[in-house]
Ligand binder design. Structure first.
Ligand SMILES: Cc1cc2nc3c(=O)[nH]c(=O)nc-3n(C[C@H](O)[C@H](O)[C@H](O)COP(=O)(O)OP(=O)(O)OC[C@H]3O[C@@H](n4cnc5c(N)ncnc54)[C@H](O)[C@@H]3O)c2cc1C
Length: 266
């Protein structure tokens, strides 16, 4: 069971930061992941009074407060339009609506979980985290950083021109993904992001220009093979590393086909 000695609803980020410097104290998001463990926490630091539960859409970016629920992210019309439905697709399989009403963007990204659909999706976008002390850091840099006692204040998504497709494979509905996959066509070329491998999501760019001449079934298949060759997979109770590598080929190929205009690639 998870227990707290004290609870503090903070009135500023500075107050939260100061409290969070003590190892026994913890920031709480939706607390859904935290409550899975049995531990005793000194002070639970609640950010819910700071107005950080909103998504602001500006001309050139989305600014997503850390206390925004995954459900609000899923239903945001601007993000849905910008990602062509991929944001919604990345979230809709996570447990259930009630769960996504409570789970937060801050907890999902700060955790940098290997299984994360959320991190996989954001890595496909031109996205950044705003840390209270650390400032603005690109999502891929943040994913590689060691966990520390900073506070994730917001996630920022720049409205860089891009098309993106999101796919995942689950053994059973609502379970963790066996593989999560996002493919994005950007101004710098095509990249695939592979999560739940089961390690933390990683990015593979089309450095061999496999898709440079356009997306056909052959080039989509070839890029799927290329990504599978460049991603380390592992085995756990949900699937073997060989199965995961096979799924990468299939999902990357399908993702490319979606980018190429095929809606029901299989
Ligand atoms: C049963 C179950 C199934 C799940 N399935 C999936 C799935 O299929 N796909 C998927 O992507 N995810 C899945 N998740 C993860 C889930 O979507 C959330 O990412 C997770 O619960 C964390 O969000 P939270 O708001 O509950 O964070 P919390 O549990 O409150 O916090 C998680 C960690 O982040 C820290 N933290 C929280 N907010 C901040 C902040 N603003 N700044 C700094 N640190 C912070 C906390 O101190 C804690 O260490 C699952 C989780 C559970 C429990």
């Amino acid at each position: 069971m998870l227990t707290f000695n004290q609870y503090r609803k903070v009135t500023s980020l500075e107050e939260a930061y100061e409290l969070n410097q003590k190892k026994a104290n913890k920031i709480i998001g939706g607390m859904l992941w935290m409550k899975m463990g049995a531990r005793n926490i000194g002070t639970a630091i609640d950010l819910s009074g700071l107005g950080l539960d909103k998504i602001e859409e500006k001309e050139d970016e989305f600014s997503i407060g850390c206390m925004t629920s995954l459900r609000d992210l899923e239903l945001h019309p601007g993000l849905d339009a910008y990602t062509g439905g991929a944001m919604r697709e990345s979230l809709r399989h996570i447990v259930g609506v009630q769960f996504r009403n409570v789970a937060t963007v801050g907890g999902s990204i700060f955790g940098r979980f290997g299984f994360s659909d959320v991190l996989t999706m954001f890595l496909a976008l031109d996205s950044y985290v705003e840390l209270y002390k650390g400032g603005i850091v690109s999502m891929d840099q943040f994913a590689a950083m060691e966990r520390d006692n900073d506070i994730l204040v917001r996630v920022i998504v720049k409205k860089t021109p891009l098309s993106v497709a999101y796919l995942s494979h689950r053994n059973t509905k609502t379970d963790f993904p066996v593989i999560a996959c996002a493919v994005a066509q950007t101004e710098q070329g095509v990249k695939a992001v592979i999560g739940a491998r089961p390690y933390k999501a990683c990015i593979v760019w089309d450095n061999d220009d496999i898709l440079k001449e356009g997306i056909s079934l052959e080039s989509a298949k070839a890029f799927g093979e290329y990504v599978a060759d460049h991603v380390k997979t592992g085995s756990n109770m949900r699937g073997s590393k060989e199965y995961r590598s096979h799924l990468i080929k299939v999902l990357v190929r399908r993702g490319c086909q979606v980018l190429g205009g095929e809606q029901n690639a299989n």
